[in-house]
Design a protein around this ligand. Structure first.
Ligand code: ADP
Ligand code: MG
Length: 625
């Protein structure tokens, strides 16, 4: 079997780690050369860049991999910093800053700065677990607002719980870090965490949910777990960044990790590109140096033989301009999807030091025997606000057979698939697979053995073609062990004629290839049934005929029964063992292709007066899934 092998992942992770560390090394060297020009503010530049980088990478791990925006992560940096500071400020100093009413006996505790840092990071990580449990259940704006709430709460507590935090007076005499060894080590650790997460199982599943949450759930991915892991890993990294930054400054106040720093960190991420570690590194360096140059210019320097005027606020203007320019001209950031690891891998391969990533050993012999379960819809129906889209539909797809579902546009075909796959809960009837009833969310049903494609393509656009299939394979390995064996990722690529395109982002494929990719992705789940929603829509007749062969080939390779939707009777009669005809949400006929073609109700209702065998109604209903 030729599954995507673990060595491939390890190579990818190693290349990315090495590449990003080299990049970081280059930037650090450049900064050191600049700092050697003198001035204390110059030497602090490297420290602030490195500690900001840890924070930016922390943000990247969550936002870049899940696509969920968070404005609140610095709340975690605040928490880790306060805990660390309260535990490590010398007792004599604490006696001055804090009143006798200080809670938890903090006035009497003193830990070594390193141990205090570990405790601080642990506490903030625990908070991110608790918060992550909530955030991972939500999406979009709701998730963003929850993270923002954290920032507010932390700010309020830091401001107002004066007995503990000394309020706006802040905490001083935090043990300082000498030199840049720790910030540098922190930055390397952050790179390692980001690279590890990206290539871990949770990271890969998170990317799929980022690309398309609905398609991911239809592939059996529960968005909760990968999103929670992303939140916790990113929370821990941000907590580390907070501790390092506070220790490099030596003091801490409520506003140190509030809104302004959040804007700075977000700007670094957005400008560099939030999707890769390389984007985080480049963005941090770009903004740091850009602001430094603007600070120099704004100070009214003697330059090119002219004394330049002093300009206030130039660094902040630069920040805004950089954000605006990048967002307008390159919305994905300077690096967009680019990770320097890709470059390293290519170099290693050129010098034949690394293994090629493609293990193109395709054997043709892996087939799965059909399961003996049937997929049964029993009197299934749904009403949308008084409009009955599906009205008591029943059919039985026998195992290993191809069953057609036809009907004119708006007949309710897609809605039936949405009911079978759990996107809608039926208002009546039930669905069974073998002896068990099929219920629950889409990802549960996918794991039960129902995989689907979408009428309007939903590939994971910016993931490579191979990875589209590989994530489904990953889910199958965990949740469908009863159907192990069968074609692996490389075989499905070959069966779909996509081997040569395996490393391309899925969105760059042409229409027909994207359709085949979607089918291959569904097949990789090793389902009992494949539900294909108009696989030939928008295709020419020759392409449609090729698709008939293709669907047969794939279905027999994975031993799955197929429910295929089409409005093209020609296509359906070529491929199906049995056909169910829908009209206005009801079944108006069912039988073999020959029976259907002779059925007077079908001729009247579906084919109309033209009585043609092929009605090529363009499927323009883009609102349906
Ligand atoms: P088909 O796939 O056969 O072309 P659909 O299943 O997409 O048809 O749609 C059937 C009918 O149900 C259409 O009239 C459509 O507008 C309606 N419909 C589908 N989904 C919804 C929804 N979420 N809310 C309201 N109406 C819907
Ligand atoms: Mg449809």
């Amino acid at each position: 079997m030729s599954r995507v092998s673990d060595p491939t992942r390890r190579n990818e992770a190693a290349a990315s780690f090495i590449g990003n560390c080299l990049l970081l090394g280059g930037i650090v060297a450049a900064t050191l050369i600049y700092a050697s020009g003198g001035g204390s503010s110059r030497s602090a530049l490297l420290t602030s860049m490195l500690t900001n980088l840890v924070l930016v990478i922390g943000f990247h791990i969550f936002i870049g991999n899940t696509g969920v925006l968070s404005f609140g992560h610095l709340g975690l940096a605040s928490i880790s910093s306060y805990v660390m500071a309260l535990l490590s400020i010398p007792l004599a100093r604490k006696a001055v800053i804090l009143t006798a009413k200080a809670p938890f006996g903090v006035r009497a505790v003193h830990l070594d700065a390193r141990i205090a840092s570990v405790v601080g990071i642990a506490v903030a990580t625990l908070v991110s677990v608790l918060l992550g449990l909530v955030v991972a259940r939500t999406s979009g704006l709701a998730a963003t607002m929850i993270t923002l709430a954290l920032l507010f709460v932390v700010l309020q507590v830091a401001d107002n719980w004066k007995d503990l935090t000394n309020g706006t007076g802040g905490l001083s005499s935090v043990p300082r870090l000498e030199g840049n060894a720790w910030p540098l080590a922190g930055a390397v650790a952050a790179v390692a965490a980001a690279v590890w997460f990206r290539t871990s199982k949770s990271g890969r599943l998170a990317l799929a949910t980022r690309e398309d949450e609905l398609a991911a759930s239809a592939m059996g991915i529960d968005v909760f777990r990968p999103r929670l892991v992303a939140f916790v890993v990113s929370g821990a990294v941000v907590a580390l960044g907070g501790v390092l930054q506070t220790q490099s400054i030596g003091s801490l106040g409520p506003r140190q990790f509030a809104f302004e720093p959040t804007i700075l960190i977000m700007a670094m991420l957005v400008v560099g590109g939030m999707r890769t570690v390389t984007g985080a590194v480049i963005g941090t360096a770009f903004i740091t140096f850009g602001k430094e140059i603007m600070r120099f210019l704004g100070d009214g320097p003697q330059f090119l033989g002219v004394r330049w005027p002093k300009v206030e606020g130039l660094p902040d203007l630069f920040l805004a301009a950089a954000l605006l320019l990048v967002l307008l001209t390159r919305p994905g950031g300077l690096m967009n999807e680019f990770d320097v690891g890709a470059l390293v891998r290519r170099l290693l391969e050129r010098f034949r030091l690394g293994q090629p990533t493609s293990t193109a050993v395709v054997s043709d012999g892996h087939r799965l025997a059909p399961t003996d379960a049937s997929l049964v819809a029993d009197d299934v129906g749904i009403t949308f606000g008084g409009f009955t889209a599906v009205d008591g539909v029943s059919f039985n797809v026998a195992s290993g057979t191809i069953h057609g579902l036809i009907g004119p546009n708006g007949a309710g075909k897609t809605t039936v698939v949405n009911l079978l796959t759990g996107i809608y809960e039926p208002t009546r009837g039930r669905v069974t697979l073998g002896t068990s009833e099929v219920t629950g969310s889409p990802h549960v049903r996918a794991r039960q053995g129902i995989a689907r494609t979408f009428q309007n393509l939903r590939v994971f656009g910016s993931l490579p073609v191979r990875e589209n299939i590989a994530v489904a394979d990953l889910v199958a390995t965990e949740y469908r062990p009863q159907r192990s064996g069968g074609p692996g990722v490389d075989e499905l690529l070959a069966l779909s004629g996509l081997s040569d395109l395996a490393d391309r982002p899925a969105s760059t494929l042409d229409y027909g290839n994207q359709r085949r990719l979607e089918i291959a992705r569904a097949a990789a789940l090793r389902p009992d049934f494949l539900l294909l929603d108009e696989p030939t829509s928008g295709m020419s007749e020759t392409e449609s005929l090729a698709m008939v062969d293709h669907v047969r080939k794939i279905a027999s390779a994975i031993g799955a029964g197929v429910l295929v939707i089409d409005h093209d009777l020609g296509f359906i009669t070529n491929i199906c063992d049995r056909i169910t005809v829908l009209d206005q949400g009801r079944v108006i006929a069912e039988g073999t292709p020959a029976e259907i073609q002779r059925d007077q109700r079908v001729i009247d209702a579906y084919l109309g007066s033209s009585a043609a065998t092929s009605v090529d109604v363009p499927s323009d209903d883009q609102s349906s899934l």
